[in-house]
Design a protein around this ligand. Sequence first.
Ligand code: 5GP
Ligand code: ZN
Length: 119
Amino acid sequence: MSAAPAADCLFCRIVRKELSAKVLFETERVLAFDDIKPQAPVHVLVIPKDHIASLNEAPEGADALLGEILFLAREAARSKGIAETGYRIVLNTARDSGQEVFHVHFHVLGGRRMTWPPG
Ligand code: 5GP
Ligand code: ZN
């Protein structure tokens, strides 16, 4: 369904355990790990194990996978103890969003009061 893993993709390398990360949990298709440069007391990244560069490149048929990632982002918030106090899920896509890593990832941010609008 998705493109082949990209040899030089940072998050594919984390999936393959070539690079270490503080893994919160993993399932057959999804990996959740702490962001290396947290922007809040809780900052988890939830990614598909298969390489998808961004939401713009998500193929037909990825709807179930994307829904699974969203629910697992909720699970990450629960396991970090911020589900009730609140959290923000961010999915940066392409240039103007500031997307830096081109392997689709949901940020789960919480543990502090968020501001709106985002920067
Ligand atoms: P983006 O700006 O693409 O939405 O977010 C990329 C995120 O990946 C950033 O929050 C950044 O701190 C995080 N990140 C970049 N490199 C690494 C890494 O090697 N390990 C981990 N755990 N997070 C990373
Ligand atoms: Zn990748």
